[in-house]
Write a new protein. Sequence first.
Length: 479
Amino acid sequence: MLELTFDRDARSIYVYFTDITEGDDADERELPGVWLLDAADQIVGLRLELAGSGPRLWELAGAHEHVQLDGDTLTITFATTPVAAEEELPYGAIVDIDGQGRALGLETPATIEFAIAERLAAIQPLLIEWDADDDDEAADDEDDDEAAVPPVDPDQADSWDVDQAVLEQAKLAEPPTLIDPNATVRAGFVALVGKPNVGKSTLLNTLLGQKVSIVSPKPQTTRVPVRGILNGPAAQIVFVDTPGIHEPRHKLGNFMVEVARRAIPDADVLVFMVDVTTPPTRLDREIAQLVTAAHKPTLLVLNKVDATRAADVHLPQYRELGAWDDEVAISARDGLGMETLIESLVAHLPEGPRLYPEDQLSDMSERELVGELIREKVMLNTAHEIPHSVAVEVEEWEQRGETLYIRANISVERASQKGIVIGAGGAMLRKIGAAARYEIERALQQHVFLDLWIKVRENWRQKPSELRWLGYDVKFFRG
């Protein structure tokens, strides 16, 4: 039987075709589709357009009597009530795929106005409503392989030496009231430094428990330093996610490398992050020299240890690049090694008062975050030269009743790129807008009307005046 889970906060229904454990998913795909509704507007099923995906993808799904494959469509029937209407999925269904190319399950997020929580009556027999408050109930399940984490009072914790799940629960909970903001704790800046695409932004988001830095499979995603703040009862770590250091080919690239270099001497602790699935390159050696020359406490962080058997071979090669104060093996994506990393960082931080209010998560404004989320969706949905030719400006921000109106310009370098971002009949721009709006509504916790426009700025990455106009000016990023 299919298992459905409803996440009220995310306004999403998750459909599982098989039991899933952490790390099973290796890829994902987004497919268009429609909700199937009965005469009372209750959800009774889902139909996806398969867009040419082969039968291998739906091998696990096809084993269920509720699933029917018919040419280029897949229909999932949740209830026996007759279908009376259809409602288009606003963001598409996100399909999780395992390493063998099989769909493990899918997620179907809904808009606020769809009122999905009020449309679940027909599927209750299959539905499990996910809620963070259900941890106590999970503890009573004797078939669970892992014990539920007891509630944590961060005020009572006297060290960072706690289980990762406890850390997760503590940092996602309401922050404790800080009685004395001038109390001495261990506090300081930690710069995440390394080549592009080694997982620095993923690590930051994992440590903080939510997205403050955008990620994509494309290198050079991060363009400006992003500060994320992790608070503990006796420490405050201010992470600085820097652009990947690379060999620049244009003035934007020069800007990105320069702001990354400037973050090194201003940090209290440096994290040299590498991808341990590959051996060190010449660029790794150059970055290691930059980091060690700063004469700051430096940690060698080896990412993706769960994705390779070559770690034992590559580890000695990375060790030889410098005299490291500590080394930590992690998986930024899966959260492995986070406790060890935090403990090591705290041990190397100086003593002093907190640098930011205890309830602050990032120094990025809401407008800046919105612009970055839009750019992330462009990067994820376009290919070739488009991702790195895009900049986003948020031009209007106005509260209109219960809806926040946001108008943003997506700038590209050539007219041909404008056509690609818009797509046939505006399809690509609608897809980018829907995906961005979903993330923005989750981040801002309110209904958003997102108005996207495309503007051509010829060769903007090579023009200092355009770079300053778009906010890429080194003088504004001095640490």
